[in-house]
Design a protein around this ligand. Structure first.
Ligand code: NAD
Length: 347
């Protein structure tokens, strides 16, 4: 059992952050959260077990060494966190996702914090097509500003690695699951939202792209494992985070949703859209070599979990595709209301 750490979790007020915070605290670690608060206006607040011991409300672009006082390790989740958000303003994506990440790594290193766990993404494999499942040595093929920012962040952090500083790159699959900050802009959650609300499971593509899926609790478990593992197990290494038996075509995900909603009709729109991502990923390295990590959730368990959340009336009176649950809509709302400016800074 690793000794308790004082963790800084950035982006703790997002989708994954509250779950990572809750799990870390359950495991006996203490958590300082750092977040700018784009989603604080949500009706749903993260209280109780998923809130940190201490909250810093700060833009990641403005982090100061003093923010890292007393911290043993960092789990860095903050950023513009998916392809549509990344396209809002690619220069800002570069600034928030890449420059701020490397800057945070540099400050951490100067402060003597040796472990830096970075939330990267399988999106870096991009439009890989029908190849064998990709392991961590596969070439990058990013197809969005978001994915480019993840590749460059890994490279920038890797350049800082030395005997006193160990960045670890968590290449997470597409997330699903229930969070206090629920999202419906992710494939499984989205199809569940469609099915529950309209009895139509609407697949906005031809259904053939491959998407590996992973539950947010497994992402969190992996990040905490990387923060606490012996240095030699993780130093400057990348880990695909998911499970090798959870690579699905989108149409298979729709079918799994259909089992939960047997009267719902699957509608494949056939749109090509702007998203050319398709990749199958091999997750054996984390399963076999990341101490303390094991992916526990399956697609079927996730479908049940989300169905229960929906059946319990947790959408309240909002639509599943409202700004409460779609990140890009919330950011656009804050801009329209004049609460943040075009640099996404609070005014
Ligand atoms: N959800 C997924 O499927 C998935 C998959 C792979 C990787 N990831 C990565 O995991 C991380 C967390 O993802 P998530 O789904 O929780 O995202 P999210 O958008 O729900 O949460 C991100 C959090 O970061 C905060 N943030 C954004 N810009 C900030 C800034 N300038 N300063 C301080 N805080 C800022 C937001 O307020 C938000 O609370 C992201 O880095 C994302 O790229 C997510």
């Amino acid at each position: 059992m690793p000794s308790p750490l004082r963790l800084l979790i950035t982006g703790n007020q997002g989708y994954i952050g509250p779950i990572a915070t809750r799990l870390a605290r359950m495991l006996g670690h203490s958590v300082v959260g750092l977040d700018v608060g784009y989603f604080q206006t949500d009706a749903i607040d993260n209280k109780g077990a998923s809130s940190p011991d201490r909250q810093i409300l700060r833009d990641i672009r403005d982090v100061q060494p003093g923010d890292l006082d007393g911290i043993d390790a960092i789990i860095h989740l903050a950023g513009l966190s998916n392809d549509p958000m990344g396209e809002l303003n690619p220069q800002l994506t570069h600034d928030i996702n890449l420059n701020s990440t490397v800057r945070l790594g540099t400050i951490a290193k100067e402060c003597g914090i040796s472990r830096f766990v970075f939330a990267s993404s399988c999106s870096i494999y991009g439009a890989a097509g029908n190849t064998d499942a990709l392991d961590e040595s596969a070439p990058f093929n990013p197809v969005s500003a978001y994915a480019v920012s993840k590749v460059s962040s890994e490279e920038g952090l890797l350049a800082l690695a030395d005997q006193n500083f160990s960045p670890v790159f968590m290449r997470n699959a597409t997330a699903f699951g229930v969070s206090p900050r629920m999202r419906f802009d992710l494939v499984l959650n989205n199809l569940m939202g469609w099915a529950f609300t309209t009895n139509v499971i609407k697949v906005m593509s031809d259904g053939t792209p491959w998407r590996p899926l992973v539950h947010i609790e497994d992402i969190s478990r992996a990040a905490i494992a990387a923060a606490t593992a012996p240095r030699e197990a993780v130093h400057a290494q990348a880990f695909n985070i998911g499970r090798s038996d959870a690579n699905y075509r989108v149409r298979d995900i729709a079918e799994a949703v259909g089992k939960q909603f047997p009267t719902a009709k699957v509608e494949i729109t056939g749109e090509t859209g702007g998203d050319s991502r398709s990749y199958r990923v091999n997750f054996d390295k984390a399963t076999n070599n990341l101490p303390g990590f094991e992916a526990r959730w399956t697609l079927e368990k996730g479908v049940e979990e989300i169905a229960q959340w929906l059946a319990a009336g947790r959408l309240k009176n909002s639509s599943f595709d409202s700004r409460l649950f779609i990140r890009l809509k919330q950011i656009k709302h804050l801009i329209d209301q004049g609460e943040i400016n075009d640099q996404l800074r609070f005014v």
